[in-house]
Design a protein around this ligand. Structure first.
Ligand code: MN
Ligand code: MN
Length: 418
């Protein structure tokens, strides 16, 4: 919603409202309110390809189960299901907020956003007190708290009538009805997410860093959005791709594997070329260049044994180019072609934008992937390129301001000059 509001203010309009597209036209398409495509039409033919920035806008979090509400020991809880790769123990005993939307019985939908304003209440996943943690402290970190123990404390006031069963739960249901017009049944279809309530803060005496929830991948998505939104007229058509579900594999009609992102590209093609022809469109994809704008792991000297210092990205050394992703023997890797990587490197050098290379930790320690592979499968030249992060996937993640600045410059440079 924030992105669409920003784009509307800058003169972008829904692509479906346009019959044909001319150089300088600015269009977007919402992907089920979870993803977004946007484009600024360039002077070149669409067949010449697009310059694309692609980020994901989902972050690790806790979702509510379909039947989340229950009371126990005169307290009301919501059952959660974690989303994405998290160290579960990090999410207990920290203030949390609820965000999402629900659909009422009459079909109207209602937005839920509570826990971020300083006058709002917050919510919490409880942890065991240290005084009784003799057994818990001997468990491995993966088992310290388990998925089913992560129940969100949301209330503790009953309705006054003594004869009502589940008085505490009913107390909460009355608030739900009053404040949002929702019944317990409406929660079955709701999409409500539990996220840290903390705001982004400067970190360090010299304010070098920014600590915030969801840097992965909003710290790349936002500069990518800004870079595309700032385009007035360019040679090639530039595009922004903001996808959902990256943290769980990019599936579904809102994930990067969804046909809908490409449908937008086809629509741009058809409306600029004056018609759709499949071969022409496939050639446009082949001629396209993309940065998969996602975060990488910054070097953390406190965990030096997990990273190769000669190949890891360093905090404050600039935008990170990651030639390949993947795990173990590059399994699941998206590997940028040498010619394309060299072109990006030369471009950044020419514009004196600080860049560095990165790799996701030591070879046998783990690994990961981004949305780059799905674009690469379609013939697009693609390189992973983003901001180094400490504490990735923790409730608060850390980036260096210099890296963020260099990344924004790199994204602009790429879409304007590639
Ligand atoms: Mn990411
Ligand atoms: Mn991630």
């Amino acid at each position: 919603y924030t992105s669409i509001k920003l784009l509307n203010n800058l003169g972008f309009s829904d692509i479906r409202s346009k019959e044909q597209l001319l150089p300088g036209d600015k269009v977007y398409r919402s992907i089920h309110n979870k993803g977004l495509m946007a484009a600024v039409i360039g002077e070149d033919k669409a067949k010449a390809g697009f310059n694309i920035l692609g980020a994901h806008v989902d972050s690790p979090r806790f979702d509510l189960k379909p039947n989340p509400i229950y009371e126990e020991a005169e307290m009301v809880f919501l059952k959660t299901h974690y989303y994405g790769g998290v160290k579960k123990y990090q999410w207990t005993a920290v203030p949390l907020a609820l965000h999402g939307f629900a659909v009422r019985a009459d079909g109207t939908s209602v937005k839920i956003a509570i826990g971020d304003d300083e006058n709002d209440p917050v919510f919490m996943l409880t942890d065991l007190l240290i005084h009784l943690s003799k057994d818990q402290m001997t468990k491995t970190a993966a088992e310290v708290v388990t998925g089913e123990e992560l129940n969100l404390l949301i209330g503790g006031r009953p309705v006054p009538h003594k004869d009502v069963s589940e008085r505490f739960k009913v107390g909460f249901l009355m608030i739900l009805k009053e404040k949002y017009g929702l019944s317990e049944r409406d929660i079955v279809s709701a999409e409500i997410q539990v996220v840290p309530s903390d705001k982004a803060r400067d970190l360090g005496f010299d304010r070098s860093f920014i600590a915030a929830y969801g840097h992965d991948d909003r710290v790349c998505a936002y500069p990518a959005l800004r870079a595309v939104a700032a385009q007035e007229k360019s040679k090639r058509t530039v595009m922004l791709m903001l996808t959902d579900k990256e943290e769980v594999g990019s599936q579904g009609n809102t994930g990067a594997q969804s046909q809908e992102y490409e449908t937008f590209m086809a629509e741009v093609y058809a409306k600029t070329e004056g018609g759709y022809d499949e071969l022409g469109f496939l050639m446009a994809l082949e001629n396209s260049a993309m940065l998969s704008t996602d975060v990488v792991n910054g070097y953390d000297p406190n965990f030096a044994s997990t990273m190769d210092i000669r190949n890891n990205s360093m905090m404050g050394h600039g935008v990170c180019l990651q030639k390949y992703t993947g795990s173990r023997g590059k399994s699941g890797a998206s590997d940028a072609n040498a010619e394309f990587l060299a072109k990006v490197v030369h471009l950044l050098d020419e514009y004196k934008i600080p860049w560095q290379t990165g790799e996701l930790g030591k070879v046998d320690q783990g690994g990961g992937g981004t949305i780059s592979q799905y674009a690469a499968n379609r013939g697009i030249e693609v390189l992973d390129c983003g901001v180094p992060v400490l504490n990735m996937h923790a409730p608060q993640e850390i980036v260096h301001k210099l890296d963020l600045y260099a990344t924004h410059q790199a994204y602009r440079c790429f879409i304007e000059n590639m």
